[in-house]
Ligand binder design. Structure first.
Ligand code: SF4
Ligand code: SF4
Length: 412
């Protein structure tokens, strides 16, 4: 049955059933992440850009040179402790989330995270609750790691780009060996140890034409949280062009629509797809949780190996170095003019084409890093992925409006 047919039948039992299942599920999952946690998230890099894989599409690998001259290879304890103290001080709520990223953050070793937890417990105000999340390629996951992660209630994001043929197209070791088997083994271990996890799947020109094959593969693994990340690598030698492996914009939209259609009929209440949740948030009067869809960004900075604080994971360069946490507090850096201007630029530079767009509140022009094409009419600064987002958000809109209306009716 087509989604639109379901939604047009307002008194159709199935439509109401779908809406109710969705609302219950949405309220359950979105409440925790959006309302109670702070409005900032810091990507901490305990080993900088160092990684045990050499994925050909990685945007962070070349940052390894930034701190090559430092005598240490892991975030030193004094910087770690200072960071933890400052993160608590900067938090306005009592639920505090620490996000460990890389490179491959498991390379820092279990003892590093044991120390981090010890320091969190030492400095945590009594009423605070601490959460830890880590983003990994899964290669190092073993029983020892999983006992530790489960024992300390970590959330784990793991990168898998679909079945082996798609995953291995880019996600390889330095010598070109494929990494799929190890990554899948890591994912299975996370499940075995009941560790809360999310699969992050990069969508490129290689896997974009196989939406259902990829989605069903993840379903067969028993995934509950799923994020699709479009691969966009700008070709700076050709204006408005991207590399061959980048996802074509319209095909990305088709990919998402196909998955949404299956999800809405089969998987509501079982699987959370991040971009679907984001698309529906405005209908519930909720702010986006993902920076790329917010009106204003700048609340997801990076703290690198030596305490350097950058505006965003996609802008770790000299121009976007805001300061160092050993000289200024996290709170001051977050609220500095430089950081605020960075975030505000997302709104200020939004093209008129986006301002007039019927799905603007779902999209908000997505991430400024992808705004390098020309809008119809010649206006510069349109997002490369626009055609895909427009297609997907328009596709989801009837559903979002239907469940939003049902939710408002219930809460009258
Ligand atoms: S530049 Fe993009 S990724 Fe960075 S904070 Fe802004 S929206 Fe998010
Ligand atoms: S769909 Fe396109 S026009 Fe609409 S807000 Fe997004 S990028 Fe702008």
């Amino acid at each position: 049955m087509l989604l639109n047919q379901i939604l047009k039948l307002k008194n159709n039992f199935e439509a109401i059933g779908i809406a109710n299942t969705f609302i219950n599920w949405f309220e359950f999952f979105s409440g925790y992440m959006s309302e109670e946690l702070d409005d900032f998230q810091i990507f901490v890099k305990p080993i900088g850009a160092k990684c045990n894989l050499h994925c050909s599409y990685c945007y962070y690998l070349n940052k390894e040179n930034l701190y090559a001259s430092e005598s240490y290879k892991t975030l030193p304890e004094d910087i770690l402790e200072e960071y933890i103290i400052q993160h608590f001080e900067a938090s306005s709520g009592t639920d505090v989330f620490f996000s460990w990223h890389g490179g491959e953050p498991l390379l820092a070793g279990i003892e590093f995270y044991r120390k981090a937890i010890e320091l969190q417990n030492k400095h945590k105000p009594e009423s605070f609750t601490v959460y830890n999340g880590i983003q990994t390629n899964g290669i190092l996951l073993n029983d020892k790691w999983c006992r530790f992660l489960a024992g300390n209630d970590f959330y784990v994001g793991i990168s898998l780009d679909g079945p082996a043929e798609f995953h291995n197209a880019f996600r390889v070791y330095r010598d070109g060996r494929s990494s799929f088997d190890k990554a899948l083994e890591g994912y299975r271990l996370l499940q075995q140890y009941n560790i809360r996890n999310e699969i992050l799947c990069v969508v490129s020109s290689v896997n974009v034409r196989k939406p259902l094959e990829i989605y069903r593969f993840f379903k067969s693994l028993g995934v509950r949280f799923l994020t699709f990340l479009p691969l966009v690598i700008r070709d700076i030698s050709k204006p408005g062009q991207v590399s061959d492996i980048s996802v074509p914009a319209e095909e990305f939209g088709q990919f998402l629509c196909k998955i949404f259609d299956e999800w809405v009929l089969e998987d509501i209440g079982r699987i959370k797809i991040q971009i679907v949740e984001e698309a529906i948030r405005p209908a519930f009067g909720q702010e986006h949780s993902l920076c790329i869809f917010k009106k204003i960004c700048g609340r997801v900075p990076v703290v690198e190996l030596n305490g350097d604080f950058y505006s965003c994971d996609h802008f770790v360069d000299h121009e976007h170095l805001v300061g160092n946490i050993m000289k200024q507090s996290v709170s001051d850096l977050l609220n500095s003019d430089k950081q605020k201007n960075f975030g505000m630029a997302k709104l200020i530079t939004l093209p008129e084409y986006c301002r007039q767009c019927d799905v603007r509140e779902m999209c908000n022009g997505e991430c400024p890093k992808n705004r390098f094409v020309t809008a119809p009419g010649g206006e510069p600064g349109l997002n490369y992925l626009c055609a895909g987002y427009r297609m997907f958000f328009r596709h989801v809109k009837p559903f979002a409006e239907a469940v939003g209306a049902e939710w408002r009716r219930r809460n009258r």
